[in-house]
Design a protein around this ligand. Structure first.
Ligand code: ZN
Length: 191
């Protein structure tokens, strides 16, 4: 099974606050994301791409719309969403591109989980098998991508776990250590 929901762009309201200035600390985080993605098996990054983010002191850094995780370009494929949007319905961002369509889900996780520093959402090719195994937390309802309903449902099903299946859609892996997240996805992708 592959993820086939039609992409119609972002579903949240958004305001661009300006360009994103990359200082050394932001650059270091960006390169960390890029390096982590390069360690994933290629088949986990095929087709409709997912999204990745990191918590910042004043917001989150997240892959942008129309960026490919297989070949994430720094800095142009990253946007910064500023923290005062948490819980609000307008996404305010800095960067050359609109942040990922799943930004609401990432924001919701960071708001609910102070321990989480990184979030990674992918469309794994073995999703159907993972769902049948009944071994992982899974969302009850399959809400459309990019909605606040999906964001809330994902956060609820995730609970205090570090991994959740978004029913008929993909997976979300979170944690405070990016290497742990990558290792977890590698092992799950081999099931
Ligand atoms: Zn997705």
């Amino acid at each position: 099974m592959s993820y086939t929901e039609e992409y119609v762009g972002v579903k949240f309201r958004h305001v661009k606050e300006g360009e994103l200035e990359f200082d050394s600390s932001l650059n270091e985080i960006a390169l960390q994301l890029q390096k982590a993605l390069s360690e994933l098996p290629p088949e986990t990054l095929e087709g409709v791409t997912g999204n990745i983010s990191a918590r910042l002191s004043d917001g989150i850094l997240i892959s942008a719309t129309r960026s490919k995780l297989k070949n994430l370009m720094v800095p142009q494929d990253l946007s910064k969403v500023v923290e005062n949007t948490l819980g609000g319905d307008i996404i305010r961002y800095y960067g050359s591109k609109i942040p990922s369509s799943e930004t609401p889900m990432h924001l919701q996780v960071y708001q609910n989980r102070p321990d989480v520093r990184f979030c990674l959402h992918l469309h794994l090719p073995n999703l159907e098998k993972l769902q049948l195994l009944n071994r992982f937390p899974i969302t009850k309802e399959a809400y459309p991508y990019g909605t606040w309903e999906l964001a809330r449902e994902a956060t609820k099903a995730l609970g205090s776990n570090d991994f959740v299946i978004l029913r008929d859609h993909g997976i979300l892996a979170v944690g405070n250590n990016l290497d742990d997240i990558i290792q977890k996805i590698i092992s799950i992708s081999q099931i």
